[in-house]
Design a protein around this ligand. Structure first.
Ligand code: UGA
Length: 442
């Protein structure tokens, strides 16, 4: 098929590149000149494993091209995917201005109709509104085709989806989009646009709920002396619960989960449904960061004048994305409370420094730990597992590791001489008082 993908962010660039790999002819539209220049030269503008190789392959085979000219790209396309950003507005509502610009561009075209598939995450009702904008009777072939890929494993997720959701009122669009995604082998759910839009929000909100749930359980495990890891395993073995998204720690971040939970809560309020659970999910998530900083402060007997090594700044491993990163928020709070922060991240340091210029980053993780009173694990990069922790031990001032990601390194690090605190491990006495230093120091 002749396909146009508008927007070369994580979703759009992955979609364009992978559809070209499947044999389609794809033109990507990007209006940011710097990003356009990068993709045109075969460079992936963000860290996403495997994507740069596929991008270059598609371009070399002549199946993939990029342009800044919207009309030119859209004119020859049978299907136009809209994958522009839909960030949070000021009050948690969704900012649809980029999508609206695309739709106005499509509405201005004089020639025949093409299928418009919305990949961006959009509030319930948006797809039907777009269909009405393009044809007043609402009969334009418009669909909501939500994306479920994760950053850091986007290519893998594209080729191995768990489901394909197509929400449309147009049988023509349904058939065409089904044909496009059937080769991926996942079950196809054909439905109406509001249902497809809701599936996307509900899926992200459910994942966020699982994370906040396990975080609350972890906080309780800390007090009652239950072993969180075994508790999570015990939950996950029940197929009705499942083992995923039960990793406790500093909470969820990124450009999707927090934004989508906020947007769903906002939608609920708009329709006079009290979003009790969604608000609790956000509250627990926010408090995890606060608790973590409080814990470090208590363990060090204050933060002012202390040196803290922060290992990991990305919102999760496998990406250089620091949007709503809990790691970055924690680094910021540590700085605000007077700590001197020495940070490292294998790929996200530059992005982190752009958002938090006061942050001092080191290209070498060992250097970041030198002279520190505590080492904080804030992104679960596998390279931190493989550090020579004996070498780290020689460099630090105090042998303390606070693991915000539950990396399961306690025994390994203890063997190197560290005292380790991880999610769920006790840090207050029975009556809620801080543990005395004598109780935990080695
Ligand atoms: C998420 C969804 O997982 C995707 O299905 C969806 O397509 C995407 O949002 C989107 O809407 O575009 P992503 O933002 O890449 O994907 O991140 P996740 O891998 O879901 O992780 C989100 C956050 O939760 C990260 O900060 C991660 O560290 C945290 N997390 C994850 C936990 O704290 N515990 C867990 O057990 C799992």
């Amino acid at each position: 098929m002749e396909i146009c993908v508008v927007g070369a962010g994580y979703v759009g660039l992955t979609l364009a590149t992978c559809l070209a790999k499947l044999g389609h002819r794809v033109v990507g539209v990007e209006k940011d000149p710097e990003r356009l220049e990068a993709v045109r030269s075969g460079t992936c503008p963000f860290h996403e494993p495997g994507l740069a190789e596929l991008l270059r392959e598609g371009m070399q085979h002549g199946r993939l091209a990029f342009t800044g000219e919207f009309e030119e790209a859209v004119e020859g396309a049978e299907v136009v995917f809209c994958a522009v950003g839909t960030p949070s507005g000021r009050n948690g509502e969704v900012d649809l201005s980029a999508l609206e610009e695309v739709v106005e561009g499509l509405a201005r075209l004089r020639d025949g109709e093409r299928i418009v598939a919305i990949k961006s995450t959009v509030p319930v009702g948006t797809t039907d509104r777009v269909a009405r904008r393009l044809r007043p009777d609402g009969g334009a072939p418009v669909a909501c085709t939500p994306e479920f890929l994760r950053e850091g494993s986007a290519v893998l997720d594209f080729f191995h989806p768990h489901r394909t959701v197509i929400g449309t009122r147009s049988p023509f669009a349904a058939e065409c989009l089904k044909a496009l995604f059937v080769p991926l082998g996942a079950p196809v759910l054909l439905t109406d646009p509001p249902t497809a839009e809701m599936i996307k929000y509900a899926a992200n909100a459910f994942l966020a709920t699982k994370i906040s749930f396990i975080n609350e359980i972890a906080n309780l495990c800390e007090r009652v002396g239950a072993d969180l890891r075994t508790v999570a395993d015990g939950l996950g073995l029940d197929p009705r619960i499942g083992p995923h998204y039960l990793r406790a720690g500093i909470g969820f971040g990124g450009s999707c989960l927090p934004k989508d939970v906020r947007a769903l809560a906002e939608l609920a309020r708009e329709y006079l449904v009290d979003p009790v659970l969604l608000e609790a999910v956000l509250r627990v998530n926010e408090s995890q960061r606060r608790r973590f900083v409080d814990r470090v402060e208590a363990l060090l007997g204050g933060l002012a004048g202390k040196t803290v090594a922060v290992l990991g700044l990305a919102f999760k491993a496998g990406t250089d994305d620091v949007r709503e990163s809990p790691a970055l928020a924690i680094a910021e709070r540590l700085l605000a409370r007077g700590a001197s922060v020495r940070a490292h991240d294998p790929v996200a340091a530059e992005a982190a420094r752009r958002r938090l210029p006061a942050l001092v980053c080191f290209p070498d993780p060992y250097e970041a730990t030198s002279g520190s009173d505590a080492v904080l694990l804030l992104t679960e990069w596998p390279e931190y597992r493989d550090l020579d922790w004996h070498e780290v031990r020689r460099r630090v001032r105090r042998p303390l590791v606070v693991d915000g990601r539950g990396m399961g390194l306690t025994q390994h690090l203890a063997a190197a001489g560290f005292r380790v605190f991880e999610p769920g491990s006790p840090w207050r006495g029975r009556h809620g008082k801080w543990m005395e230093e004598a109780e935990w120091s080695i």
